[in-house]
Design a binder for this molecule. Structure first.
Ligand code: ATP
Ligand code: LTN
Length: 328
């Protein structure tokens, strides 16, 4: 059994990329009996401006979504990052062994800072260090994530190795786990870039809360090509992305999908896909809405989770203080 950990930002509504890239893989690992940690990284979310009222809502929504997706708080430690102050504390220590050059090479930072000039927060630059602290505090062995987070987990590995070399064995070296299919769902309006909740247009993503009509509209307007066959081809990026989604929500293989749509065109395929996505999301949406009606229970789950997480994090942080020589 391995220690598994992942986290998501409560920075907006979750989309199917988040779900298939990170949430579903974690639930699978939980059900295989691994030791799981899952949390909402609210201190990562504030690296860009957040409206406090909305942030609070997003957080409750995220927790309701994890529960609806099958996260069991008896088996997975489920909490809110800001409640366990050891995350920011270890982040500071790691800041002091990481280099500016390392952070400057992070592609997510470069993407998010592009065009913003000097107005980018120091937090956005430092974001991967807090993420490394998130991972290293819990002796994490496996980090299920989407493709875009691989570089950050590699940084966490480098920092763990550096720390261990300098101060003696302290941290477990984590490994990213990236699924073969669904690790990088592309934007519906732009199949060259990943689906993103901070995309300029709502037509970029399918939110987990989109209703039947919205899903149908978004899929109908998804960018494809001028060919007429439904055949999986990585060079036909728009179609390949839609077929990946089809496969994820139905469990069908690409060959089965191709056979089903032989002799048919984009119209039929898109209608079928929209229906399959709606059928997949509906039961989950009902569960999410159910959990959201009972805020007190959600908060209680988070309180219990924070307590369990704190216990583990305090033990690790005590060891770190001893190793670096600040523990008298
Ligand atoms: P933003 O794009 O606004 O920065 P995000 O949609 O990437 O946000 P995060 O909270 O940063 O959301 O990511 C949560 C998890 O979802 C991460 O493991 C990330 O790799 C995964 N993920 C995000 N987008 C996708 C995607 N398009 N396909 C697969 N996995 C994804
Ligand atoms: N940076 C991640 C969120 C994140 C995370 C983590 C993921 C913060 N801490 C620890 C895995 C493990 C993102 O998805 N944007």
């Amino acid at each position: 059994m391995a220690n598994v950990l992942t986290a998501l930002q409560p920075s907006g509504i979750l989309h199917i990329g988040n779900y298939f890239g990170a949430i579903e893989p974690l639930v699978q690992l939980q059900n295989e009996g691994h030791r799981n940690v899952l949390f909402c990284v609210d201190y990562h979310a504030i690296t860009v401006a957040q409206d406090p009222t909305q942030l609070r809502k997003n957080m409750l929504f995220a927790i309701a979504t994890y529960l609806a997706a099958g996260v069991d708080p008896e088996k997975t430690i489920l909490f809110q990052q800001s409640r366990v102050s050891e995350h920011t504390e270890l982040g500071w220590v790691l800041n002091c062994i990481a280099s500016m050059g390392e952070l400057e090479r992070m592609t997510q930072y470069k993407d998010k800072a592009r065009g913003k000039g000097e107005n980018v927060s120091v937090g956005l630059f430092d974001y991967p260090i807090l993420m490394a602290a998130d991972i290293l505090l819990y002796d994490t062995e496996i980090v299920p994530i989407g493709e875009d987070q691989k570089q950050h987990v590699e940084l966490a590995r480098d920092l763990a190795e550096r720390f261990n070399k300098r101060f003696g064995q302290t941290f477990v070296i984590p490994k990213p786990q990236i699924r073969q299919q669904g690790a990088r769902i592309m934007g519906l309006d732009d199949p060259e870039h990943k689906m993103s909740k901070s995309a300029a247009s709502e037509k970029n993503y399918i939110s987990l809360m989109d209703d039947e009509k919205t899903v149908a509209k978004k899929i109908a307007s998804a960018v494809t090509d001028s060919e007429s066959t439904i055949v999986y081809d990585v060079n036909r990026k728009g179609l390949a992305n839609l077929m990946t989604m089809y496969s994820l929500v139905t469990g069908m293989t690409m060959i089965e999908i191709e056979t089903m749509y032989q002799g048919k065109g984009y119209g039929d395929f898109k209608k079928g896909l929209a229906q399959a996505i709606t059928d997949y999301l509906k039961p989950m949406q009902e569960k999410i809405n159910g959990y959201l009606t009972d805020e007190a229970s959600l908060k209680q789950i988070l309180d219990l989770g924070a307590e369990k997480a704190k216990h583990l994090a305090q033990t690790k942080m005590k060891l770190v203080r001893e190793k670096i020589g600040v523990q008298l």
